[in-house]
Write a protein that binds this ligand. Structure first.
Ligand code: DGP
Length: 114
């Protein structure tokens, strides 16, 4: 299967504004930001979407969620708050088939989402 855009960002083939890089996870600013701060946290392992994660991925998923909190704190979002979003599939508007966790912050947000 051909590589997704996010695999090409992880490998360095495509440029991104990277905010985090470790053995199993990676994070960078979204190219089409929906808030003053909009960061994507992804696993290096190409899990297509959260609904296809497997029991073996439990530790990795926990790691990603811990990174979400760390990155949000580092980016100065913790005090005012931020939103964490995972779009899964067509109805949710998923556009890249590589699991990604959106961190959105820097402005108040409405609920329910559109
Ligand atoms: P989603 O709709 O949940 O699949 O979000 C995919 C996000 O990925 C979307 O907000 C825009 C972002 N994105 C797509 N292509 C690129 C890219 O080449 N670079 C960066 N930094 N972000 C991208």
């Amino acid at each position: 299967m051909s590589q997704t855009i996010f695999e090409r960002i992880i490998s360095g083939e495509l440029k991104a504004n990277v905010v985090h890089d470790d053995e199993t996870s990676f994070a960078f600013h979204d190219a089409n930001p929906q808030a003053p701060t909009h960061i994507l946290v992804i696993p290096k392992k190409p899990i297509p979407r959260i609904g296809e994660a497997q029991p073996d991925d439990q530790e990795l998923l926990g790691h990603l969620m811990i990174k979400v909190g760390e990155i949000a704190r580092k980016e100065g979002l913790a005090e005012d708050g931020y939103r964490v979003v995972i779009n899964n599939g067509r109805n949710a508007g998923e556009s890249v088939p590589h699991l990604h966790i959106h961190i959105l912050g820097g402005r108040p947000m409405s609920w329910p989402p559109g």
